[in-house]
Design a protein around this ligand. Sequence first.
Ligand code: IMP
Length: 176
Amino acid sequence: MLQIHDKVFEPYITKQKLSNAVESIANKIALDCKNETPLFLGVLNGSFMFCSDLLKAYKTPCEISFIKLASYQQTKSTGKVNQLIGLNEDLTNRTVIVVEDIIDTGNTLEKIVALLKQTSAKEVKIATLFLKPTVYNKDIKIDYTGLEIPNRFILGYGMDYDGLGRNLDEVYVLKD
Ligand code: IMP
């Protein structure tokens, strides 16, 4: 058992299971990208640990960069505008692989994909370590999924609860 802030978490997914899932994603991407050098775009903060292990398991040429989704208020009438920060690469004709820690409703993913569609990337693919299929409600195809989980709150391996837990090397779940 693990106490974080006011909540109790219990072990859920072991290091071995995580590393099998990561390796399987890396192998699938490598097969699909045999003739190209993909640019992995890790979505911060949650995906940093997954990205690190994914890239170590990816044995052929690739590049990595990290992005963050930010939103700012433009004017009262135009409302909030989303923006990708950290994207300094020219994506022209690149195969881009967005790397997410977890996809829940898909709201974050939808905004990121919409912004990447405005670039000249050849292809934008999505890789996520975790997916909550019963909550995900978008039409965007998720190309690579590590593990599907029920609608429960998890933390560790990059994911946090109110800032804590990202450093845990296995995944824990909120105890009901
Ligand atoms: P979405 O926009 O609803 O798909 O949520 C995606 C983001 O919410 C992820 O990148 C995480 O930062 C966070 N998130 C969603 N579910 C969880 C969870 O179970 N644990 C920790 N963070 C989560």
